[in-house]
Design a protein. Sequence first.
Length: 56
Amino acid sequence: MAPKKDKTSFKKKNRYRTRNWEEYNQSLVIRGSITFWFDEEAIQKWYSVERTGKPG
């Protein structure tokens, strides 16, 4: 027996045209931007003065 064909209809995708490339490119840069906030206590604990003797 041959498998049945799916008879569901597919909605055609809308096409959008970018007209303002400068604004579009800037929005991509902003979207990829990540900001990290560190408090002073975290910065102080960042570097360890103890030697573990292990590499890395």
